[in-house]
Design a protein around this ligand. Structure first.
Ligand code: GDP
Length: 526
């Protein structure tokens, strides 16, 4: 194997999916701790102090502790090089979150074991299903009184429709949490509380029948032996192929806060999760180990100095390698560009990328020429498929304070929609501008950015729209009839695609029943 191929095979690019408060940030800290990226865990959310004067948007970003630097974190673990892509969690939930999931090769699902499967996790899992992304699962907060582990796994299987294969099994919980039994290694790893900020020298007892175990955890030992019998009989065994197909998830138990169990999960990640995967251009599949560079932009983040309108375009390298100063082809605009100052994301801080390979993320400075979904190659004139827009779930009407600025407003909104900050819909019947988003914070961001970057003073207000679907139809005649009869519900999006705007879900359902030849799409390919 060449050095290059080996470099690519070492990569593991993943994201964490979870409901707010399940422990994503805490796990991220511990993961970086294991990656030796942080001296002592506890600084991921602390990245809030800034040195520059910043726009309101930056202020908002700062308050929420989101920044470019935490968007992608790269760290070594064992013989692998791991890329962790952040998916914003709380109110800043956005389409970016969904789209980031198209740029990874596997996901870690974090579940609060006291709560079980929660709403946001269900949504994010739906998105991972678009690519059948392999999923690992971490049941968190075992240092608290949590739900019965069997019941938790049943819930994951029922609600998320994925088989569970326990890799570790918890011994006790809450104040009585003793540690876990590793089913594949046949060893018990004992938990010590109060060691959350460093890597634990945990005591390991080899073999379930080892008398040392009785000494160490007393009556829990016998209980555990019985339980493991049952668990082995009643649960799925780990099956690598089923995992890679996204049909089965290895399950780990632990406490991120107590820094226990995260390393077991990481061991599984580097051992089983796929190295950079093949992705599809419209004409052919591209393998990660192909020598020639290619990649696509999955996220654009407004940031930095508002005077320069500097944005960072996050590009996932699909194949080949990036080297500083190389020339790459910007497929959509048909031009070659020289990239001299891309960013890489070695944990903690952004640095100038000298070299990066398939599976890695680089940040390109974007002065307005890069759009979401753009493909870059080493000459090939073909683009990647599968970077979708997701039907927004929240809608607002944008109103101008100064009616003279209508042109700027429209321009600003269309640019912001190209960037993926928000989606814009223009009803065919009137001059409203409707923006759609998947998280409410996006509306604040749009209003702040319209003001800062386009000099437009706008506000948003509620509007009676429940959902939107992109429309296609094979039969032009039927499409025409559909259009004629549904003028009140039709709009064009930022790229002039026809969209159906439904005031209620029932309305949408009726329209779908009435026009069986018209397709109503929940996602739109970029
Ligand atoms: P996020 O919203 O998913 O990023 O969750 P955070 O990592 O911010 O965690 C939410 C809250 O749960 C914080 O107060 C954490 O300290 C707490 N937390 C995270 N992991 C654990 C754990 O293993 N045990 C306990 N008891 N609390 C935890």
């Amino acid at each position: 194997m060449s050095d290059f191929t080996e470099e690519v095979r070492k990569r593991r690019t993943f994201a964490i999916i979870s409901h707010p408060d399940a422990g994503k940030t805490t796990i991220t800290e511990k993961v970086l701790l294991f990656g030796n990226a942080l001296q002592s865990a506890g600084t991921v959310k602390g990245k809030k102090s800034g040195q520059h004067a910043k726009s309101d948007w930056m202020e908002m970003e700062k308050q929420r502790g989101i920044s470019v630097t935490t968007s992608v974190m790269q760290f070594p673990y064992q013989d692998s090089l791991v890329n962790l892509l952040d998916t914003p969690g709380h109110a800043d939930f956005s389409e970016d979150t969904y789209r980031t999931l198209t740029a990874v090769d596997s996901c870690l699902m974090v579940i609060d074991a006291a709560k079980g499967v929660e709403e946001r996790t269900i949504k994010l899992m739906e998105v991972t299903r678009l690519r059948d992304t392999p999923i690992l699962t971490f049941m968190n907060k075992l240092d608290r009184d949590v739900r019965d582990p069997v019941e938790l796994m049943d819930e994951v299987e029922d609600v998320l429709n994925i088989a569970c294969a326990p890799i570790t099994w918890p011994i006790g919980m809450g104040k009585q949490f003793q540690g876990v039994y590793h089913l594949l290694r046949d060893e018990v790893i004992l938990y010590q509380s109060g060691q959350g900020h460093r890597i634990q020298d945990s005591r390991v007892i080899k073999g379930l029948d080892n008398p040392e175990l009785d000494e160490a955890i007393g009556t829990y030992a016998e209980e555990l032996r019985g339980e493991i019998e049952l668990v082995k009989g009643a649960s799925h065994e780990f099956d690598l192929d089923a995992f890679l197909r996204g049909e089965l998830t290895p399950v780990y138990f632990g406490t991120a806060l107590g820094n226990f169990g995260v390393d077991h999960m990481l061991d599984g990640l580097v051992e089983w999760a796929p190295s950079p995967q093949t992705r599809e251009l419209t004409q052919r599949p591209v393998e990660a180990t192909e020598e020639k560079f290619s990649g696509f932009v999955f996220k654009i983040q407004a940031n930095m100095d508002p005077k320069h309108r500097d944005r960072i375009a996050f590009l996932r390298i699909v194949s080949g390698r990036y080297q500083q100063g190389m020339k790459i082809h910007h497929v959509r605009i048909g031009k070659d560009v020289r990239i001299s100052d891309a960013l890489t994301f070695m944990a903690g801080d952004r640095e100038r990328a000298e070299e990066a390979v398939a599976g890695d993320i680089i940040g390109l400075h974007n002065h307005g020429t890069i759009q979401l979904g753009d493909t870059f190659t080493e000459g090939e004139k073909d683009r990647f498929t599968g970077i979708p827009n997701f039907a927004p779930e929240l809608f607002r009407r944008i109103q101008l304070r100064d009616p003279m600025k209508a042109k700027q407003l429209q321009k600003g909104l269309i640019q912001l929609s190209e960037e993926g900050a928000v989606q814009v819909f223009r009803p065919v019947r009137n001059n409203d501008l409707i923006v759609g988003a998947v998280g409410t914070l996006q509306f604040d961001v749009v209003v702040a950015r319209l003001k800062n970057e386009y000099g437009v003073d706008a506000v948003y207000e509620p509007i009676n729209v429940a959902t939107a679907r992109w429309i296609t139809c094979e039969d032009p005649k039927k499409l025409e009839e559909f259009e004629r009869r549904n003028q009140d519900n039709l709009a064009l999006d930022g790229s002039d695609n026809l969209t159906y705007i439904a005031p209620t879900m029932v309305n949408l359902q009726l329209a779908q029943e009435r026009y069986p030849d018209v397709a109503f799409h929940k996602t739109k390919e970029r």
